[in-house]
Design a binder for this molecule. Structure first.
Ligand code: NAI
Length: 442
């Protein structure tokens, strides 16, 4: 866009939470632990591949760290290639158009600019009464580097982090109990999907304690103890485990940012409000986890692009109605658009098309028949309003529906589009056919 750009980063590595301590390292462990699980728990043997498995946790951690390192270097290379100046240090706004950077050696320098974009992300939400020491009581960052496989792991929070990292350690041998405040897992996700997913996780060995409030935690050198009370009332109980993972959400990170110098006050959750990425201060913009909307890397990425387009005087836009969400467990969960509950609440008349992976030939021969695709379409216009799936690789396949929805597509558009056989993507088409009642493969 022809702008002169400097990026200030205090971590010492580019890529933020996602690349350093979020999406990427967790996916590295999810991939490796999935292979281990298939080998160790008889899945491979059932297909005639007999192996003796031995976990080498340090090597699993090393390949994760190596991949993350390579990716951070890759981002650094992209900054260079695109002539973005990378300044290592912590940035602080010091009035309109001024940013002070403090480098590791304590030296401070001031940059002057027309536009400041705040993209400082988020940090784990603390749980009152519970101290995260990242030894026995860990947050998502600590759970990515446990020094051993816990015999027992308690996860507080049945959200995305809890279920993904809980899956990693369960596959490697931990007994995992998830304690959740609400009476359901994955709040905000389509009810039917959340319920079906919970059943699948229970089959895999997860234990759930729903409607349970954590009131305190105590850690010793060897164990952690958690006090838990039923939300509905009743006696408290003490749970013990080798490790406790606290994953009850994230909150915007704005510490030491000098927002007061430009008159920006975050709301009580710490969120910096925006109107088309503009904050209340002229020349100060905001994108990503630190502002409103889902805390997802791809949402932040799209906001970054649109924000810079607006700064450069071009049109910039994010369609918040079509931001997919994926949980990278096995099977995966992928959703986009509105849930059935949201459509009901809004009084929208809708039709449902559903197709189980058990009836998809490719999933069946791969022994991956768990889950289904559910398509919600407007009852009158047939426009696709939401898609919710559990199944093999649905995270990679949801993009098809994102495109269809961006084009204002109808379920019939997907239903009449030729899909390759035999692939799991056929299930997506069969579900679309189901909206008009002409599913053919089930
Ligand atoms: P989350 O918001 O997904 O889930 C937090 C869970 O904790 C909720 O179910 C909530 O009801 C529960 N909870 C809250 N307070 C509690 C308490 N006191 N006791 C027991 N349960 C309690 O948050 P999570 O899993 O920590 O993830 C943080 C953020 O990172 C989310 O915005 C998520 O979307 C993002 N993320 C996305 C991933 C992906 O896209 N695959 C992977 C990991 C994280």
């Amino acid at each position: 866009m022809g702008l002169k750009v400097a990026i200030i980063e205090g971590r010492g590595k580019l890529g933020g939470t996602c690349l350093n301590v979020g999406c990427m390292p967790s996916k590295a462990l999810l991939h490796a632990s999935e292979l281990y699980d298939a080998a160790a728990n008889g899945e491979l043997a059932a297909m005639g591949v007999e192996v003796t498995t031995k976990l080498n946790l340090p090597q699993m951690m090393k390949q994760k760290a190596d991949s993350v390192e390579a990716l951070t270097k890759g981002v650094e290379f992209l900054m260079k290639k695109n002539k973005v100046e990378y300044i290592k240090g912590w940035g602080r706004i010091a009035g309109p158009g001024k940013v002070v950077v403090k480098t590791e050696d304590g030296a401070e320098s001031t940059l002057e600019t027309k536009n400041i974009v705040i993209a400082t992300g988020s940090e784990p939400t603390p749980l009152p009464g519970v101290t995260v020491d990242n030894q026995r009581v860990v947050d998502s960052t600590g759970a990515l580097v446990l020094p051993e496989v816990p015999k027992s792991l308690i996860v507080v929070g049945a959200g995305v982090i809890g279920l993904e990292l809980g899956s990693v350690w369960r596959r490697l041998g931990a007994e995992v109990t998830v304690v959740e405040y609400l009476d359901r897992i994955l709040p905000g996700t389509d009810d039917e999907v959340a319920k079906a997913f919970q059943r699948i996780l229970v089959k895999q060995g997860f234990k759930f304690k729903l409607g349970a409030k954590v009131t305190g935690a105590m850690a010793t050198a060897k164990q952690a103890q958690l006090t838990v009370e039923p939300v509905a009332g009743g006696p408290a109980e003490t749970l013990q485990a080798d490790y406790v993972l606290v994953a009850i959400g994230r909150r915007p990170f704005t510490e030491g940012l000098g927002l007061e110098t430009v008159g920006i006050t975050p709301d009580k959750r710490g969120v910096i409000a925006n109107d088309h990425f503009k904050t209340s201060a002229p020349g100060v913009w905001v994108v990503g986890d630190v502002t409103s909307g889902p805390m997802l890397a791809h949402k932040a990425e799209d906001e970054g692009v649109a924000c810079i387009e607006l700064i450069a005087g071009k049109a910039g836009h994010v369609n918040y109605g079509i931001i997919p969400g994926v949980i990278y467990t096995k099977p995966e969960v992928a959703t986009v658009g509105q849930t059935e509950e949201q459509l009901k609440a809004a009084g929208v008349a809708y039709k449902i098309g559903k197709f189980p992976f058990a009836a998809n030939s490719r999933a069946k021969i791969n022994h991956e028949g768990d889950g289904f695709v559910k398509v919600l379409a407007d009852a009158k216009t047939d426009q696709i309003l939401g898609v919710h799936m559990i199944g093999p690789n649905v995270g990679d396949m949801i993009g098809e529906y994102c495109v269809a929805m961006e084009f204002g597509g109808a379920s019939e558009d997907v239903a009449r589009t030729c899909h390759p056989h035999p692939t799991r993507s056929e299930a997506l088409r069969q579900a679309a056919m189901g909206v008009e009642g002409w599913t053919m493969q089930a």
